[in-house]
Design a binder for this molecule. Structure first.
Ligand code: DSN
Length: 420
């Protein structure tokens, strides 16, 4: 009989599983060699990676600190208490739940806590920049709840609060949701709060995209305006992949019960540890300058693209992202995504509001600056990248020139390494 396979073995990943090991090595190279401009991605620190890859993954800790369903949870309690304490201080919140596995889980837990199936919700239309989990018909939020949506103004492509107000008064939703995934402007949370109060709705903000900007005080904090705030920890915030929920004390028990045992079982303690590390990093001196640079870079990128004749939705940005309407450049979002990938620039195709084309081959691309800024890039590099994008699209049939653009992208990547 073969010997028992023990985990005390010191075998490296490369020896145990060369296929996975090589996929990770290749992915590391991809992240290093490409100008990654996916607005919802970022690069975590080595400290976050270390916590995330730690032996806390071995521990079951169903329940909450001090009230677990398993023995041996004292270290898990310490980790979760540190995470919660830091998150509350950072976002000035009365209560936080750091157990949601993702932004989607966080949103589902809020719905489970506050709504009954069939209740009316009003969120931003996915095709106008909203989130899938805010009532899209293809998502559980649009199947279990009676979902209505508001969009942006056709002329300005900005949220028009008067239209939201009118809809809210007509629909009388139980929950109004603000927050977006491809909306480049600041959202008026206080304005939404007034509409919710007028119509007797609860008010939730999903700050998944802007949590880092908010933690640094670069954007207004929705925790002061909303009943409930959900977020992811991996986008601008720059922590591990995961979700979290903030609320006032009155909703704390309902939210906690909805997360566990309502929706999830055991929390991912290694991820919660990594969230705690990211909360600590968000209080370090360089974090505010980092988030300011993220938005400064996005503004410079926007200006430079406009200078090259690109149409930007809303004419610019207040955030970490820009949304480009490619129709005047005679190329679709999908074609642009593929072309840019060939020259080592990673973006995502994106629908634009009132898009005449479908989601699989939409008219726009979304560009974000968090990852580039985490590598140390600044406005000069944004101008260079805008020029590369412009040249790639304009001279897409010139293979020699595309090679040259790729070389210039690679040279920028070399100057700004991902992990030293
Ligand atoms: N899928 C996410 C994004 O890329 O924006 C939304 O949460």
């Amino acid at each position: 009989m073969d010997k028992v396979l023990l985990t005390t073995s010191k075998e490296s990943l490369q020896n145990v599983d060369p296929e996975i090991s090589s996929a990770i090595t290749d992915e590391q190279k991809r992240q290093q060699d490409n100008l990654v401009m996916i607005a919802s991605e970022n690069l975590v620190s080595k400290a976050v990676l270390e916590a995330q890859g730690s032996i806390l993954t071995n521990k079951y800790a169903e329940g909450y600190a001090g009230a677990r369903y398993y023995g041996g949870c004292s270290c898990a309690d310490r980790v979760e208490e540190l995470a919660c304490g830091r998150a509350k201080e950072l976002f000035k919140a009365e209560h936080v739940n750091v157990q949601p596995h993702s932004g989607t889980s966080a949103n589902m837990a809020v719905y489970l806590a506050l709504l009954k199936p069939g209740d009316r919700i009003l969120g931003m239309d996915l095709s106008h920049g909203g989130h899938l989990t805010h009532g899209s018909k293809v998502n559980i939020s649009g199947k279990y709840y009676h979902a209505f949506s508001y969009g942006v103004d056709q002329k300005t492509c900005m949220i028009n609060l008067e239209e939201v107000r009118e809809k809210a008064h007509q629909i009388k939703p139980k929950l109004i949701i603000a927050g977006a995934s491809s909306y480049p402007r600041c959202i008026d949370y206080e304005g939404f709060k007034d509409i919710a109060r007028e119509t007797g709705a609860l008010f939730m903000v999903d700050m998944a995209h802007t949590a880092g900007l908010i933690a640094a005080g670069v954007h207004p904090n929705p925790v002061f305006s909303a009943d409930i705030v959900t977020a992811t920890t991996h986008k601008t915030f720059r922590g591990p992949r995961g979700g979290m929920i903030f609320c006032r004390k009155e909703f704390a028990s309902a939210i906690d019960k909805a997360v566990f045992p309502g929706l999830q079982g055991g929390p991912l303690m290694h991820i919660i540890a990594a969230k705690a590390v990211a909360f600590k990093e968000a209080q370090l001196p360089g974090y505010i300058p980092y988030q300011k640079m993220v938005t400064a870079n996005a503004s410079v990128l926007a200006e430079a693209l406009i200078g090259h004749g690109f149409d930007l939705l809303t004419g610019g940005t207040d955030t970490h992202l820009v949304l480009v309407d490619l129709r005047s450049k005679n190329i679709s979002g999908k074609e642009a995504e593929t072309l840019l990938e060939e020259v080592n620039i990673t973006v995502n195709k994106n629908v634009i509001p009132f898009d005449p084309k479908g989601a699989n081959d939409p008219s726009g691309i979304r560009l974000g600056t968090p990852t580039l800024t985490s590598r140390g890039m600044e406005p000069d590099q944004m101008r260079e990248i805008a020029a590369l994008i412009n040249e790639a699209l304009a001279r897409r049939h010139d293979q020699e020139h595309l090679k040259n653009i790729k070389q210039r992208a690679c040279s920028l990547c070399l100057q700004y390494p991902v992990y030293q």
